[in-house]
Every structure is written in structure tokens, then in C-alpha cells.
Write a protein that binds this ligand. Structure first.
Ligand code: ACO
Length: 257
């Protein structure tokens, strides 16, 4: 596929089988620690997803989903081959972080449903990646942690909105400002997981979910995801109008086939 660049060098692998794209964070020896190359690679994948893809799975190789930012980024030497963290006084600072966030925001595209398959640790930037997916399937050994405030940072990879949307503001404050670890059991209670399964069954559980998602009509599924995403920001009247419009567009497109 054009425009993907060197994904392996970015610590990523991509496979596409029919309507299912699987993105694997592939730096297991570092627990899939993330670098700007990886975030830019994710953004390139987001821009290149073929139009027929209906499900995107994000998974991590090895025992952890992702240990978050590669901590060497904070050292004087940095990570070989990686861009240095920009200085906030640099006029390009905002744009630079926006470029990294693009590695996350594409997962909300209504063309497909994104699923995070999470085993082991999902820390900081890794937890935010799981939060950026529409659905989370957790292995029972999953450990989620928003570590940024403990390191003197704010979470800035688009994880704060989905976290608040899912767990509510008080719990989001508590989780972030204590930087404590959430077990799979608690994640289930907090609705941070759609499903929790034994670690050996994670892949099969995701496959079952994918099969169920592919069983519905493609155009209806895409229009419904787009509609649901509007609901939180709409009044009942606005959402009712959005439903009417979406239905009209869907049926009109079908009648033209
Ligand atoms: N950055 C760079 N290297 C890492 C990272 C990381 N975030 N996480 C793990 N590694 C490396 C370790 O240094 C180690 O390397 P080595 O084999 O050369 O010593 C290797 O990955 C394996 O890590 P272990 O700690 O031995 O693995 P374990 O399974 O015992 O622990 C855990 C995993 C809990 C994830 C631990 O590695 C950890 O706490 N990592 C740091 C997590 C962190 O603070 N991330 C930053 C979050 S904030 C943000 O993302 C913005």
C-alpha cells in the first residue's frame, strides 16, 4: 500500500485481510514503548486504510499492550533516530503534538469499528491508544494506568475525552491524579472494557467480536456509528433530526445502487 513508509522501523506491523485491518505494536522487547515514529506510523496507517475495511484491531506483541512513551525520550541522549521533543516556546510545538495526536484520532473514523485487544500493561500513551478505540477487549491480566501526571505531564494523546466520557469526571480525576493502576476486573466495572477474557482467549474473543460486527450491513453500520458519535453533543431534538437525516441518506443511497 502506498504512503505507509517503513512501518517496521516505526515498530509497527499491518495486515489487512478482506474487511479487517490488524495493527500490531511490534516492539515487545521494550513492551511496545512508543516513539514519535510509531505515532506518525499510526497516523500514516489511518490515512491509508482501504475503503473496504470495516474493522481495525489494535494489538500489542508480547506480554504488554504498550508501556507508553519510550522513557529514553526524556533522557539527554533520547532514542536513536527519533525526533527530539520540541520546546513549548517553539512556534511549531502545537503543530508537532497535533501530528502525534493524528496517530490516535483516525480510530474514530465511522468507516470502521476500532477494537483495542489489550493484554498486560497499557500505560500512559498506551492506555490513551486503547481509549482511542471504539471498543476494548481486555485480557484478565490487563493493567491500565494514566501515568502522565506522575511524570509531570498531562495526557495529551487524546485520551482525556474518552476517559471522562466513559468513567465520568470524578473517577477520571481520581485515576489520572493518582496515576494508579486499574485491574481488568475494575476496568470491567468502570466500563473501560466491553469484554474481559482469560489471556489465552483474547485473540479468539476478538475474532468472535469481529465476526459479529461484520454480520451487519456495511452502510448501515457506518451511518449508525456516525450517528451514535453525535449523540453526546446533541439535544434529543437535534439527535432525532440527525436520525431522520441519516436514515434518508442511507435509504437514498441504497435506492441508487
Ligand atoms: N520506555 C522504554 N523502555 C521500556 C519501557 C518504556 N516505557 N517500558 C519497558 N521498557 C523496557 C525496559 O527498560 C526493559 O528493557 P531491558 O530489557 O533492556 O532492561 C524491557 O522493556 C522490559 O521491561 P521490564 O520492566 O523488564 O518488563 P516488566 O514486564 O517487568 O514490566 C512494565 C513492564 C510494568 C511496563 C515496566 O517496564 C514499566 O513500568 N515501564 C515504564 C512504564 C512508564 O512509565 N511509561 C511511561 C508512561 S507516561 C506516557 O506514556 C506519556
Amino acid at each position: 500500500m502506498a504512503g505507509l513508509g517503513d512501518l517496521a522501523a516505526a515498530g509497527l506491523a499491518l495486515t489487512i485481510e478482506d474487511a479487517v485491518a490488524t495493527v500490531t505494536l511490534s516492539r515487545p522487547e521494550r513492551r511496545n514503548a512508543m516513539t514519535p515514529s510509531m505515532w506518525h506510523g499510526l497516523a500514516r496507517i489511518g490515512r491509508a486504510v482501504p475503503a473496504n475495511v470495516r474493522v481495525v484491531i489494535i494489538r500489542g506483541a508480547g506480554p504488554s499492550f504498550s508501556a507508553g512513551i519510550d522513557l529514553r525520550m526524556f533522557s539527554a541522549d533520547g532514542v536513536p533516530g527519533e525526533e527530539r521533543t520540541t520546546n513549548p516556546s517553539d512556534p511549531g510545538f502545537d503543530e508537532s503534538i497535533a501530528g502525534l495526536q493524528a496517530g490516535y484520532t483516525w480510530l474514530r473514523n465511522p468507516a470502521f469499528v476500532s477494537i483495542a485487544a489489550v493484554q498486560g500493561h497499557a500505560i500512559g500513551a498506551g492506555f490513551q491508544l486503547a481509549l482511542s478505540c471504539d471498543l476494548r477487549v481486555l485480557a484478565d491480566d490487563a493493567k491500565l494506568c494514566m501515568k502522565e501526571p506522575a511524570l509531570g505531564l498531562v495526557p495529551d494523546l487524546t485520551g482525556t475525552k474518552p476517559l471522562v466520557d466513559i468513567v465520568g469526571l470524578p473517577r477520571a480525576i481520581e485515576l489520572c491524579l493518582t496515576a494508579r493502576t486499574v485491574s481488568a476486573d475494575e476496568a470491567w466495572q468502570l466500563r473501560l472494557a466491553e469484554l474481559v477474557v482469560p489471556v489465552a482467549e483474547l485473540e479468539a474473543a476478538v475474532s468472535d467480536l469481529v465476526a459479529a460486527l461484520l454480520s451487519t450491513d456495511m452502510a448501515a453500520a457506518r451511518a449508525t456509528k456516525a450517528l451514535l458519535a453525535l449523540a453526546a453533543g446533541n439535544s434529543l431534538a437535534e439527535q432525532a433530526a440527525a436520525e431522520r437525516l441519516a436514515q434518508a441518506k442511507l435509504l437514498a443511497a441504497r435506492s441508487q445502487r
